[in-house]
Ligand binder design. Structure first.
Ligand SMILES: Nc1nc2c(ncn2[C@@H]2O[C@H](COP(=O)(O)OP(=O)(O)OP(=O)(O)O)[C@@H](O)[C@H]2O)c(=O)[nH]1
Length: 340
């Protein structure tokens, strides 16, 4: 592969709408006959959204965050991935969706590795913000230092900001959220307010990140602020891979569940559980459903039966007592079923 491929990082906290924006980007690529290559990173061991990308070239990196625990693997795997593509599959654009807890500066760092620098033309870091949760996540009363730090690192490096989920908030909240985002972002970074990631894709793709190539690494490292709370400088951080305190719990579900009970159960989980997703069978109707739980909302979408993924539930958060959550799920949906 001779040309440097324009590459975009899509960053943003858990459930903010990154995959939704990625879907719009892929539609744009289809309409404009562009060949995309996609890198998907998940904290958990399973990608329950695999079916969304079945016609595309996808590099899946599961069970860790490319910004930290699997950063060196990422550089090598991405290199292998793009160099192994046949000539007619060489991508016109690479789209990288980080995990919701990724510090994008670490991904930028991996992309500017000598192994990739001649292959990748890092164009932009797009940050999707959940407008309905932003103030809560930034509040010292309802959030943690780690979450605030992740949000800050994601906003401060971005070259294009999508303030999403505006349908869920009122004007007063919108004004306050807008002001807070303005405080953290780099000077002239555009902030587009929207719902369901509906942005002008062309405008978004044209906005180039402000990085001078010959100093890529130096400039980025000098401005790096990591998302973790560890007691080290960020230069040390380049050498010491950290782990987030976020965890993903996976529960296999081998029987249909009641949608309303499921929603009630999710809403009663500790507030530190910020994101849920998975594949389920429902009692009320036949077929498989993909569910998404974010911003306190549960969405279900019917999916085809020929999925590779078995029904399962993935919960992401901090300080989750996995045993207690599994027990509670079992008692609510499995044991109860057996008794009836
Ligand atoms: N109400 C509302 N829901 C939205 C909006 N954008 C996305 N969603 C829904 O929010 C849920 C999460 O969206 P995703 O695009 O999967 O979010 P993500 O950032 O990829 O999530 P992670 O996988 O946790 O990183 C889905 O059910 C979306 O349909 C929006 O603007 N308004």
């Amino acid at each position: 592969m001779k040309k440097r491929v324009p590459t975009y990082i899509i960053t943003g906290f858990l459930g903010s709408g990154k995959t939704t924006v990625l879907q719009h980007l892929l539609n744009y690529c289809r309409e404009n006959k562009l060949k995309p290559a996609i890198v998907i990173n998940e904290i958990g061991e399973t990608n329950v959204e695999e079916h969304l990308f079945k016609d595309d070239h996808v590099l899946e990196m599961l069970n860790g965050c490319i910004c930290c625990s699997i950063q060196s693997d990422f550089t090598k795997e991405l290199h292998t991935f793009i160099t192994s593509l046949s000539d007619n599959a060489v991508p016109d654009i690479i789209l990288i969706e980080g995990t919701g807890i990724a510090n994008p500066i670490e991904i930028v760092d991996a992309l500017t590795d000598p192994l990739l620098i001649d292959k990748i033309d890092l164009f932009s870091v797009i940050n999707v913000i959940d407008g309905s949760k932003y103030l809560e996540y930034q509040s010292i009363f309802s959030s943690t230092r780690e979450v605030r730090s992740i949000l800050k690192s994601q906003i401060s490096i971005s070259s294009f900001i999508i303030l999403n989920k505006m349908d869920l908030i009122n004007h007063k909240y919108t004004d306050k959220t807008r002001r807070k985002v303005e405080e953290l972002k780099k000077g002239n970074t555009p902030v587009i307010e929207t719902s369901y990631g509906e942005v002008n894709i062309q405008e978004m793709l044209e906005k180039r990140v402000q990085i001078h190539r010959s100093h890529d690494k130096m400039n980025l490292l000098s401005s790096r602020k990591c998302g973790c709370n560890h007691n080290h400088t960020c230069d040390q951080h380049a050498k010491v891979h950290h782990n987030h305190s976020f965890q993903a719990i996976k529960i296999d579900i081998n029987r249909p569940i009641d949608r309303i009970d499921f929603e009630k159960w999710l809403k009663k989980l500790p507030k530190t559980m910020v994101r849920g997703k998975g594949i389920v069978n429902l009692t009320e109707t036949a077929g498989l459903f993909q569910f998404q739980y974010s911003s306190n909302q549960l969405n279900m979408m019917r999916v085809k039966e020929d999925l590779n993924t078995e029904p399962c539930l993935i919960l992401i958060g901090v300080d989750l007592d996995s045993k207690a959550i599994e027990k509670s799920f079992y008692e609510k949906f499995i044991k109860k079923e057996r008794l009836t």
